[in-house]
Design a binder for this molecule. Structure first.
Ligand code: NAD
Ligand code: TYD
Length: 354
């Protein structure tokens, strides 16, 4: 019931998608108390939530999901009615460099949260919900045709997708074994404001602006299905309130793009915005060694979510991309802050060997 008061733990609320979900819930549901539990890794940034940080129904708690006593303490203090679990290590390239960090947070961290939520709610699951946010990458890689549906067998290929697939299995195991009320959603690639510039779109925007090479992996013909981050947050809101317990829902943009086409589109949008002559930014495109095990194509069939719960994407990609570019151009202080220090070390390791 939307009108009831609830206390909700949102994990990973200082990250890219998490901050959009926290903002949506804090502003749309003043009757809910939103507790943002985040370890503030390199990807977590409280600056993402400046506009709502003093809202009366919002609290931040620095917490690592693998830290049992700390998570337990939060469950005792706040008596959560629900968890929306987004905290994760989220970047495929980093998972290739340091796979165990992904096992730690995504697998062990998720199992820890399930264990503590299960014990805290044992004996009375009424009104409780554990909502797990996952990715389409668990389904593996498609050829040039076909779509991932909720029935597609899992076939993860990277340490990142394997760790998310594993976390999804643990969520369903807690449901089937202990009766924990869970919902799971698997979403395609997101883009929008506050996206950490290690991922394709914000990395390219930042490099175009700074006249740096635009590193396209392989031939640039890998395909991703892109969704504006606010549309993902709206989908999570819809599924949280109307989804059926024990079900999983695919979320996608019906919006497939080859990487090289996105990079070219960004170049032409930014040529105009920066007053460069047409084709100038595209000269920065540099083909580099491919990512090992690079999934060829992802494409989500989100028909179940549309038919059952009425959700659909609200924004055309070209409009969303332009809004995203404008956000980055207007928030260079944010970009400078997140790309200082550790980012440079990561960038050198990731790109200078290619
Ligand atoms: P992100 O990397 O931007 O943010 C992750 C957040 O989790 C950060 O705030 C970080 O500090 C926090 N975190 C990391 N480890 C933690 C730990 N051990 N304990 C507590 N907090 C921790 O990630 P994102 O892109 O916003 O993704 C959020 C979720 O959505 C992830 O579960 C991801 O798998 C999923 N997802 C992402 C996409 C996408 O395109 N980005 C698509 C589908 C699903
Ligand atoms: P990414 O944003 O890392 O998301 P994911 O791998 O989870 O889909 O990458 C999106 C696509 O862009 C993927 O096919 C890899 C490619 N890519 C590049 O070509 N160059 C880059 O520098 C990055 C970060 C990604």
């Amino acid at each position: 019931m939307v009108n009831e008061s609830k206390t909700i733990l949102i994990t990973g609320g200082a990250g890219f998608i998490g901050s959009h979900v926290v903002r949506l819930f804090v502003t749309k549901y003043p009757q809910y108390r939103i507790v943002n539990g985040d370890a503030l890794t390199y990807a977590g940034n409280l600056g993402n939530l400046k506009d709502i940080e003093s809202a009366p129904n919002y609290v931040f708690e620095k917490a690592d999901i693998i830290d049992g006593p700390r998570i337990q303490e939060l469950f005792v203090r706040y008596k959560f009615d629900a968890v929306i679990h987004l905290a994760a290590e989220s970047h495929v390239d980093r998972s290739i460099m340091d796979p165990l960090a992904f096992v730690r947070t995504n697998v062990l961290g998720t199992a820890n949260l399930l264990h503590i939520a299960g014990n805290a709610w044992k004996g009375n699951y009424t009104g409780k919900l554990f909502y797990h946010v996952s990715t389409d990458e668990v389904y593996g890689s498609l050829g040039d045709t076909g779509f991932f549906t909720e029935e597609t067998p899992y076939d993860p290929r990277s340490p990142y997708s394997a760790s998310k697939a594993s976390s999804d299995h643990f969520v369903m195991a807690w449901h089937h074994t202990y009766g924990l009320p869970v919902i799971l959603s698997n979403c395609s690639n997101n883009y929008g404001s506050n996206h950490f510039p290690e991922k394709l779109i914000p990395l390219m925007i930042n490099n175009i602006l700074n006249n740096k090479p635009l590193p396209v992996y392989g031939k640039g013909d890998n395909v991703r299905d892109w969704l504006f981050v606010d549309d993902h947050a709206r989908a999570i809101d819809t599924i949280f309130h109307k989804g059926r317990v024990g079900e999983k829902y695919n979320i996608g943009g019906f919006n497939e793009w080859k990487n090289i086409d996105i990079v070219n589109l960004l170049c032409s949008v930014m040529d105009k915005k920066l007053g460069r002559s047409p084709g100038e930014s595209a000269k920065l495109i540099t083909y580099v060694t491919d990512r090992p095990g690079h999934d060829h194509r992802y494409a989500i069939d989100a028909t179940k979510l549309n038919k059952e719960l009425g959700w659909k994407p609200s924004l055309q990609f070209e409009e969303g991309l332009e809004r995203t570019v404008d956000w980055y151009l207007g928030h260079q202080d944010w970009v400078k802050q997140v790309t200082s220090g550790d980012y440079r070390k990561y960038y050198d390791e990731q790109y200078h060997k290619r």
